[in-house]
Structure formats: C-alpha cells, structure tokens
Design a protein around this ligand. Structure first.
Ligand code: ABL
Length: 538
C-alpha cells in the first residue's frame, strides 16, 4: 500500500510527527526497527518483583539505572554510542530529564534561521500542553531520596546560586539550581509514548510496524518514491511506496538518519563509497550521477562533554548504588510502588540540576550544567570511603560549546560510528569546564563532612580531566549531523530533494542548554507544522 507519509523511526521526533500528521488526516505509516517498550506498547519485560502486572522496566522510572547492565537488548547494536532501538527511542530508556527550550537554544548564534528563532514559543506551548514537566514525580506529593538537595544547597548557595523551579523560568540558567524535572506522570515513564503515540494509534489512517529496519530511501533524482526495508509484509521485497505527492520523514536519530542517507547516496563521497563497496547495500544506491555529495551529512556534530565528581557525605543514601533494583529491591519501596506507583520508584536517579554561565579564555560564554544523583559509576581514590554515602555530580558543558566531531558509517556492518570525537577538539571548551569544576570543588571544601573522593588528593583536577577516558566524556546528547541550514532547509527538507524531510535531533545545529529531549519534541512540533503548510504535499 502506498502512504502519504512514511516515518522512519519511533523516537521522540517520529512519534510527535506520527501524531500531528495523522491528526491532519494524512495516511501515515511509522516503521520502528526495534520492538515495544512500555506495557501500553505491547512490552512484557516486567521485573520479577512486579510479576503479574503490566509494569515493565520501561514503565518504572526507578529502574533507569538498570538500563546499563545485563542483556541491554534495547541499545542499537550497530551504533557505538548509546542509542535506543525500541519504540520511544531514547525516551524509553533514559533518566527522563526534561527541560523546556530556552531562547538560547533557538538563537541565530546557535545556527537557527529567523523563522525558528521568532516562532518557537508557539510550538513549545503545544509541547507543554501535551506533556507537562514535573519536578515532584511521586503522585503522593512527597519527595523521595532527596538527600543530595541540602548538600548541594551548601555547595551552591555560597557561590551565589538561587533555588528555583527550573521549568518555570527556562531562560534563567545562570547560577540557578532546583529539583530535577522529568517527563514522568502517574508515577510512570510518560514522554512521547504515553502522549503522542497514544493518540496517533487511535486513528484509522495511522499504522505502525515494529522490527522494521529501513535500509535506504528510494529515489529518482530529487524525487523520493518510497522506503526500502527488510519487512516483506509491508510490500514486495520490503519496499514501501509513497502516494504520488507523498513524503518521507526521516526520524532515525543522530546516528540512524545519517546512516540511511549515506545508503541512499546522500552525503560525503567517502561514506557513499563505503556503501557502494558493500555487496548487499550497493544495489539500492541510485546511479552515481544522482549522488548528492555536497551535503555535509555527519559533520558538525556535538555532544556535551561531561565529567563526574564523586563525593561522600554522611547524610547521603546511595541506594545500594542501584544494584538490587531489578532483582532484589528494598521490599518496602517495591511494595509501595506496586500499591500506588508512588515512592522512590516513581522517579529516576537524578535528583538535582544546576546551571552557570562561564567565560572562556577565548572570551566566549559557555554554560555548565550539573546533574546530581545518589550513587556512582566508578570511584578511583586513595581514601577509605563508605560506598553507601557516595553521590555523583556530572558536570556538562552545554550551550556555547565550540568543539565539533563527525559521524560516519563503519565499513563492515554499515552501522553508524563516531569518526571524530566531538569533545574538547577546541581547548577552550576544556579550559572552561575545568574552571567550572574547580569552582564547585573550592566551594565543596567549605561544607562540613563533605569529602571529594574522586578525584582525590593524589590527582590534580587538570590531570583528572586530561586523563578522562574519551568515551566517558560521552553524554548521549548528539546533535548536528544534519544541521538546519546545512543539510536541511528551514522546512527540514533535505537540500536537493523534493520530498525528504528530517525530524529528529540531527537537525538541531548546536547543543541545547539542558538534556535535549524537550527540544527534540518542540523541534518536531514546529517542523511538522512547517511541512504541513508547505505546498505540493499529499
Ligand atoms: C542523560 O541525559 C544522559 O544521557 C545519561 O548519560 C545520564 O545517565 C542521564 N541523563 C541521567 O543524568 C547516566 C547514568 O546515571 C550513569 O549511570 C551511566 O553510566 C551514564 O548515564 C551512561 O552515559
């Protein structure tokens, strides 16, 4: 069957697109390469302690820290960075941190065209209406596991920070801290799955298919004719055609979308040549005369560089470092959650966030974000320490980051890879982050009973940052590979095509001030509104 719109990818961008396009009466198909996540999507991966319920590990926010161990089948196996290959994409497996976009996120200085800079508030309002944030996720109104908050007050207040409800004033991001804001509701993971996808599914003109991997986009010069997949139930040889004026929405994410473009003969020549050399993929490339090799697909990528500081304080409950949450949770917490979806399990591990503007050696302003959580990934220290009193501050560099890297495909599997690391390619980024970290460490020295255990007193901060493993700098917040103004135009149309659009994090030209999921959904709202208004469509 031909479709008006074929959406490739069921992450935040794809699900917002699915809802808005189907609400407009278009005949829409969404293909997702992975499977279900939450119970409502057909997921059945229920932790043993919730047996007999439909509360999967994806529904229960407090299971977040268990996403990084065991059989992590939800991560895309052909991407060498964390990417969610299941419905909801990253939003089904993340900590759920959720920030409304700021003026800076859409500024001209960050690469946005004026049509976006001037109009984004309309679309943020649509997003807030569908998916409001909360910084108090337990439906009983009680805050749980918040011991880090008073400790952070003692560090940040003397530095001139003010406490606030962060999403009440998104543009106030200098010397501010507050409780972490999430996209959770009813004590459960919510996000685009329990909102946009839920309503799309009620419409007869919308259909979707799991376990459907898009290899390439079929085109005749600039005109897209359909999508090539591995799902033969959707069309002969897995080919899904468009209606005569139909359009494709590529929402496969910061790694998946570049990969599909390369396999469709769109992007730098070296990447398309890798596809051409692959006997399985080569037959789906258009003739060489139709390759679009001037588009910088995969270049200009950014991800927040981030560094962890680990402290101990006697007031902290490190929550057994989240180790038993899947198989052997604290009985009272498990029972409370099963009874009323309240308590510790109604929230994820981050508890406090803060922001500060920093001047760099090059005179540029960059923002620092902190995310505070009980527990830790790893500690390297000469000190004896009590593991049940450890908390981590992850310090990110955000808006203003100048470093950029490159994403490409790995020759063997045709999966997407980091070709050039995007962190600290500009030494001004590193110097700025070290400055911010030092300010936090200096203030922490004055807090009674607070001990910085990593880095310890045998390691200077500079050495700690210099020797930080590059992959640990990764924040999984990739943007820029298909930047607006470079690969796509201001309607998110891929330059040089007439009906191929990209709606995902890859079109965002520069890092957001906070964790980017809110921005991705707001961008999708605006993008789809533009696309629907554009002449020539179905
Ligand atoms: C994010 O936005 C990051 O993408 C995650 O990396 C981060 O979670 C969450 N938010 C919460 O702040 C961390 C986990 O807490 C760590 O245990 C884990 O090792 C790390 O992600 C992996 O990148």
């Amino acid at each position: 069957t031909p479709y008006d719109y074929i959406i490739i990818g069921g992450g935040p961008g794809g699900l917002v697109s699915a809802d808005r396009l189907s609400a407009a009466g278009k005949k829409v198909l969404l293909v997702e390469r992975g499977g279900p996540s939450t119970g409502e999507t057909g997921g059945t991966d229920v932790p043993p302690w919730a047996n007999g319920t439909s509360l999967t590990r994806f529904d229960i926010p407090g299971e977040f820290q268990a996403m990084f161990s065991g059989n992590t089948y939800w991560f895309c196996k052909d991407v060498n960075s964390f990417a969610g290959c299941l419905v909801g994409g990253g939003s089904s497996i993340n900590g759920g941190l959720y920030w409304y976009p700021t003026d800076a996120d859409y500024s001209a200085a960050n690469g946005w065209p004026t049509s976006w800079t001037n109009n984004f508030n309309t679309y943020t309002a649509l997003l807030k209406n569908r998916l409001p944030s909360t910084d108090n996720p337990s439906p009983d109104g009680i805050r749980y596991l918040e011991q880090t908050y008073p400790v952070m007050q003692s560090i940040l207040n003397p530095m001139g920070y003010q406490a606030g409800t962060i999403n009440n004033n998104p543009n106030f991001k200098d010397h501010v801290y507050g409780y972490s804001a999430y996209n959770f509701q009813e004590g459960k993971r919510w996000g685009p799955v329990a909102t946009y996808f839920r309503t799309a599914k009620t419409r007869p003109n919308f259909s979707y298919a799991y376990w459907t991997y898009a290899t390439s986009i079929a085109r005749n010069g600039s005109l897209i004719t359909g999508v090539q997949t591995n799902n033969t139930a959707l069309g002969p040889n897995g080919f899904i055609p468009l209606t005569p004026k139909g359009r494709v929405i590529l929402s496969a994410g910061s790694f998946g979308s570049p990969r599909i473009l390369f396999q469709s003969g769109i992007g730098p020549l070296d990447q398309i040549q890798l596809v051409a050399a692959n006997p399985t993929a080569a037959p789906f490339l258009p003739p060489q005369s139709q390759w679009l090799t001037t588009l910088p697909v995969g270049y200009n990528v950014q991800d927040n560089p981030s560094i962890n500081l680990m402290f101990t304080h006697p007031s902290i409950d490190a929550y057994d470092n989240w180790a038993p949450i899947l198989d052997d949770p604290r009985p009272a917490d498990a029972a409370q959650y099963l009874k009323s979806q309240t308590g510790v399990f109604a929230g994820s591990s981050p508890k406090v966030n803060f922001w500060q503007a920093l001047g760099g050696p090059d005179g540029k302003t960059r923002y620092m974000q902190g995310t505070v959580r009980p527990g830790f990934d790893s500690v390297t220290t000469a000190y004896p320490y009590n593991a049940s009193q450890v908390f981590s501050i992850t310090v990110y560099l955000s808006t203003g980051v100048t470093s950029r890297g490159r994403i490409g495909i790995s020759s063997s599997q045709l999966g997407a890879s980091i070709l050039t690391n995007p962190w600290f390619t500009d030494p001004n980024d590193k110097a700025t982050l070290v400055n911010g970290l030092q300010q936090i460490i200096n203030s922490a020295k004055n807090v009674p009973q607070l001990t910085l255990i990593t880095p310890d007193n045998t390691t200077t901060l500079q050495d700690y940052v210099d020797n930080y493993p590059p992959t640990s700098l990764n924040s999984n917040h990739w943007v820029g590979a298909n930047s607006i103004g470079k690969v796509v135009d201001s309607n998110l149309l891929v330059n040089g095509t007439s009906n191929l659009f990209i709606v995902d994090a890859s079109v965002i030209p520069s890092l957001a001030t906070g964790n980017p999921q809110g921005l991705v959904m707001a961008v999708a709202e605006q993008g789809i509104a533009n696309i629907l208004a554009l002449a020539g469509g179905p």
